[in-house]
Design a protein around this ligand. Structure first.
Ligand code: B12
Ligand code: SF4
Length: 501
């Protein structure tokens, strides 16, 4: 019987920690034929020492580490190196977005033996069982696995995505007291994180979700959602839900039974959605959406340029973004609209157009929340194998006109400029002037319209900052808002995208 230690390296503060759903899903699958234990670095700040202590006190066949690009890279490397140093024979598996998008880079490290691409439940279960049995020959038959044979990297074929079976609710008790993961947010006092469906039907070229799922999605049965929400509400005491589904609203006829369940539970909720899907919902479905208490929908608006939306295969149009802002206003849902500014071509022009478009959205729906990211496309090699080479984007050039070379090791991905790239916060083609311009616009915007997700700053401070920013916003005087920067240092207004909810 295989025993697996699962680790979520620290990526956020204890107060922002949500259920490590990846590890809970993996544990459900592993415990069917073996056993597993979870260490969550978001709540356990000494997670490296605790990992070493767990490995010293209990026999494990394999360690599985969940790795996302960005700020999680450095702690992922640190824990892997510590395990390799103290337990050199123990196999280390990386799974999650980073090894899915960059399996060769992950496996270039001496402390990564296996990389699981995309969904991990079945692949990790099969790998753990093969390692526990000492059956190396089984490894080449495990779908979705990348590994090293005599130093050469081997990529086994992809695995189809599927909704994993779940006879009971997730094994939340493996996290100690699961109630410590409930957080006070603008949705409620005990907001819980949940994922109902997996994947997304779309294949936007810039998106890690498309790279992971290749345009596939799977919805849960209504009975399963009912059981899960019942447990979260009645046993854990949750009063609201943040759905991590990659793209919540799928085809309407399949959504209705799920919305009916949610309307019965009446737990205010937040989700990711698309403008076109919300536009297509019938009046009766909107009635259900209102009854189920949808409070905010995060919609990837991306760009005001139809040409750019086509280029990135978004499948929505700018007029739909404007229309959805109005539709949400009518239905009492706050749209959280995200934009990708400063693309590698027409950088300045596209960015200024986006600022103007945001102003138009704010006129249509002053409550709309705006998230501004830098456009940081995935390298061609990271796209799903079905999409690689299809509509390749123009080669990326840095600010000096040199080709952008992506990191080739996990260590390089920890360099500040690449952490910023992974976080959509900076790109090699940005000039200092452009960077400053974006920063200044965002400062004026967030002071003028503080996010409702900020529960920390006192209302008087938000009102004062909004008043102070009003003239700059009105007259488009975004540059060098020194007085807002100063005031902000005292109040520290939150940005929606940095903290999530
Ligand atoms: C929760 C979350 C977070 C949490 C942290 C989660 C944690 N690890 O504790 C927070 C809010 C901190 C976070 C931060 C970031 N995130 Co985030 N986050 C998510 C979110 C919403 C849900 C993840 C989740 O729980 N999914 C549910 C579980 C079941 O799925 P899963 O995690 O994919 O796990 C499965 C597989 O990946 C795999 N797997 C995962 N781990 C492992 C481990 C092993 C050993 C194996 C074998 C398999 C395996 O198997 C699992 C089960 O099938 C996703 C979007 C999404 N819906 O997935 C984005 C997402 C993963 N984040 C993303 C990004 C980019 C970020 C940031 C780096 C940047 C940003 N601007 O958002 C930031 C960092 C910001 C900062 N400055 O700190 C991207 C990743 C795409 C990419 N290109 O890499 C996503 C997909 C959002 C998006 N649509 O762009 N994030
Ligand atoms: S951007 Fe949204 S719609 Fe497009 S592939 Fe990613 S999750 Fe799906």
């Amino acid at each position: 019987m295989a025993n697996t230690l699962l680790i979520n390296p620290t990526i956020t503060s204890r107060a922002s920690a949500r259920f490590p759903l990846s590890l809970l899903h993996l544990a459900t699958a592993l415990d069917r034929t073996g056993q597993s234990r979870i260490i969550d670095g978001n709540v356990d700040r000494d997670f490296i020492d605790d990992t070493l202590r767990a490995l010293a006190s209990e026999r494990f066949d394999v360690v599985g580490i969940s790795v996302m690009g960005g700020p999680q890279m450095a702690p992922s490397i640190a824990v892997s190196q510590a395990i390799r140093e103290h337990f050199p024979a123990l196999p280390i598996v990386w799974g999650g977005y980073f090894p899915t998008l960059y399996p060769d880079t992950a496996l270039s490290a001496p402390y990564v033996d296996y990389a699981v691409r995309a969904q991990g439940e079945e692949a990790l279960g099969e790998l753990a069982a093969a390692l526990a049995r000492g059956d190396r020959s089984a490894i080449e038959r495990i779908g979705g696995l990348s590994w090293k044979r005599d130093g050469a990297i081997v990529h086994n074929p992809n695995r189809r995505i599927a909704m994993a079976e779940q006879a009971t609710v997730l094994p939340y008790d493996k996290l100690g007291d699961p109630r410590r993961y409930l957080a006070s947010t603008f949705l409620g006092r005990r907001t819980v994180a949940h994922q109902a469906a997996i994947g997304c039907r779309f294949r936007c070229t810039f998106c890690g979700v498309a790279a992971m799922f290749g345009g596939a999605t799977a919805l849960p049965a209504a009975a399963r959602l009912d059981r899960d929400l019942g447990y979260l509400k009645h046993t854990l005491g949750a009063d609201s839900v943040q759905y991590f589904d990659h793209n919540f609203f799928d085809r309407e006829e399949e959504m209705v039974p799920l919305l009916e369940v949610m309307a019965r539970h009446e737990l205010p909720w937040w989700c990711y959605a698309r403008a076109d899907a919300l536009m297509k919902l019938s009046e009766s479905s909107w009635k259900l959406v209102r009854r189920s208490r949808l409070r905010m929908a995060y919609v990837g608006a991306e760009s005001p340029s139809g040409a750019m939306l086509k280029e990135i295969r978004k499948g929505t149009r700018p007029d739909q973004t404007l229309a959805v802002a109005e539709l949400c206003r009518r239905h009492g849902v706050i749209p959280e609209l995200s934009f990708m500014v400063a693309p590698p071509q027409n950088t300045e022009e596209e960015t200024e157009l986006t600022f103007e478009f945001i102003r138009e959205l704010k006129r249509i729906n002053p409550q709309a929340e705006i998230v501004v990211y830098i456009y940081t496309p995935l390298p061609e090699s990271s796209r799903h194998e079905k999409d690689r080479g299809r509509r390749p984007s123009a080669p990326l050039l840095d600010v000096h006109g040199e080709p952008v070379v992506f990191p080739r090791t996990p260590e390089e991905w920890t360099q500040p400029q690449w952490v910023a790239y992974a976080c959509h916060a900076d790109a090699p083609w940005l000039t200092d002037r452009m960077r400053q311009r974006i920063h200044d616009f965002v400062t004026v915007l967030r002071c003028r319209f503080p996010t409702v997700q900020d529960l920390r700053s006192p209302p008087w401070a938000k009102r004062a900052l909004s008043a102070a920013a009003a003239w700059r916003y009105r007259f488009r005087r975004y540059d060098q808002p020194w007085e807002l920067n100063l005031a902000n240092r005292l109040v520290r207004l939150r940005l929606p995208q940095v903290s999530g909810l």
